[in-house]
Structure formats: C-alpha cells, structure tokens
Design a protein around this ligand. Sequence first.
Ligand SMILES: [Zn+2]
Length: 380
Amino acid sequence: MNGKEPGAVFTDQAAAIAAGIRTALPRTYHGLCTFHITMNAKSNGLWWSPFLEELSFLMYDLETEDEFDYYWKKMLENCFNEEEEEEEGKKLTSKIEAWLQNLHKVRSKWSSAWLKDHFACGMRSSQLSESCNSHLRKYLQSKLTLWEFFIQFNNFLEAKRHKELRSDYEALNTIPYLVFTNSEVLQQFVTKYTQNIFGNMQDEYSKSIKYHIRPNNSKDIDGMFAYELHKLDQQRNPIDKRIVIVDFVERKLICSCKMFEKCGWLCRHVLRAIDHLGYGGHPEILNIHTRYILNRWTYDAKSGDFTLPAVQDTAERVYCSMVKQLTGSMNLLATHTCMDDDIYKMLEEGMQALKIRAESMMPAMKFGQPSTSTGMKHYL
Ligand SMILES: [Zn+2]
C-alpha cells in the first residue's frame, strides 16, 4: 500500500483478524461488519423485526456515545420483557442476554457514534469482499487441477474487468436525474458526480427539508457561526440535535454528524443550512467551495495519471517471465493433445529432440539449471 494505511477496515468478529489489524495497521479504525452482526443476531434468535430496526438505528443513526447509551437502554426496554408467555424473540433469555452483552462490549466497532471520525466512503460491511468470494466460488471447485484453476481464475478476472468497464461506460453515458431542479447546490453537483454518489446527495437533500434551523449563539467562535437543527417530525429522539458550524469567509461547513468526513458527501443538515442561509441574506454560501467536491466521486476520477511506476526488468524477472511463457505453452499443448496416443508419441519424441538440440547449443550448461548465456544475458 506504498506505506499508506486505510482509514478504516471492516471484518467479521474473528479474533485472529482483529489481532492482525492491531499489529499491522495500528492507526486504522477496525470496524465490525454490520451485515455479519445482523446475521449473527438472527442466528441467536433475534429475528424479531422491531429489534432489527432498533439495531439498525444503533448502527447507523447515532452521533455521540451519550446517544448510544440512551438508545441502547431504550432498545432493551422496547424489545424485551420478562413475561414467559411472550413469543420467542421477545423474551430476554440467558442466551440472548449473553449475546447482547458481548455486542455491547464491542460497541465502538459497530455503532456510528464511534465511526464518525473515520473516512470509509460510507461502507459499513465487508460485503464487497463477501460478494467477490461468492462470485469466485462459481468459478472454482476443489477437484480442479492447478492448470484448470488458473484458467478459471483468469475467467473470473475477465468477468470482473468486463463488469467494471460496463459500469464505467454507463456512468459516463448517463446523467443523474435532478429531482430538485431549483436547488442551486445540487445543480453544482449533477454534472460532476456519478449517478450513485449524486443519488446519495439527492437523498440527503430530500431529507433536509424535514429539519428546521435556528442560530445557536453560544457556539459562535472566531467568526464562525453555529446553527442548531432539529427534525420537524421528530418523535423518537428527544435529544436529537445536530450542530452545523458555518464560516462565511472561508465558506466552510462543518456538521456534528461528520457525514462529509466519513462518507465524502454533504449531509442533510449542511444542505438545509446552505438553503436556509443562502436564501436568507448570505448568497455566497450557495456557491459550494471546491473542497466539498471530491474528485473521487466525479466522472474525471479515472482520468488522472494513475499509471503504476514502471517495474525495472532484472535478470530474475526476465528468467521467470521466460519460464512462465514456455511452461504455459507446453502445458496447453500437453493438456489439449495428450488424449491421443499418436500425438502423445509425436510430442514425446519432439521433446527429446528439442532437449538434445538445446543441450548442444549450450554445452557449458548443466541441463535443468538456468543459464547466463541466453537471450536475457544483457540484463545481467
Ligand atoms: Zn450532518
């Protein structure tokens, strides 16, 4: 990774992987895959949909540790009781209680309350890797020979590359659909961002209209102004409050939910603040600073010079390349023709003749060892 560590890594709950990440990537946030946790909950009897909704809320919608503590307690109150006659899934059995206690111990690895300072492109699960493994299993079987394994592995890579090319083509030839045509903010992104990411932003914008905003004068610092945002129809969350800090000079927008810092696109709270302030006497804020338009989400993301540095040929690399080329050709010849006795006999005789001829051309070489008198000698 050229000495760079990822901001965040998501895995299942394997202890060995956790130990490996602590050693090899000490500055990387290690999160637990939310998909695995949900599957694990179901396999422990917690398939009851109200519980899964509460779990999802704890995973994705919280901002602070205080919020987590509050809603964890609410979840226990809402989802479980001691009544024996209650149906399975609602009763807090010793097995479920133990599972919940273990989950609570590692809460910093799966709740958004602890994730907000770590950039992860919005990912929270290891499903990308799981999907790759699942796809790979369609190509591979344990009975494959080594030769067949490499053929199938190449087929797998071809399919993946084809899919990527197709996605690139579709991204470059489709323009995201702008629902909120009057939004000056979205207009600045619709021609730059690819469809998926613009869709995420537009989704945030659609939710932003549910918030109302008011100044929070106690938090004005050094020319930066703070605003409080509350959800208009908020019933479930009495402590739900987001703070957006605005620097009108630098055109900086910082939200306490830190969606931009962890996902890379503006959140509903910032979008609400921009509209409120932009049409309320601060039109400069409607002009989004380029720091909030990330190149990684644009159509131009792949147009830069991302060529890997050229690898210098060395004698060892050339030798390995030549061996690989010849081995592949001979394997192909052998596996495709040896079902026929006459062809096998012809190849066997031909190989012996080639061996004698090669030895005669390189008398100083002991057969079976690499030589420095081959065409790669100019690399030595
Ligand atoms: Zn926010």
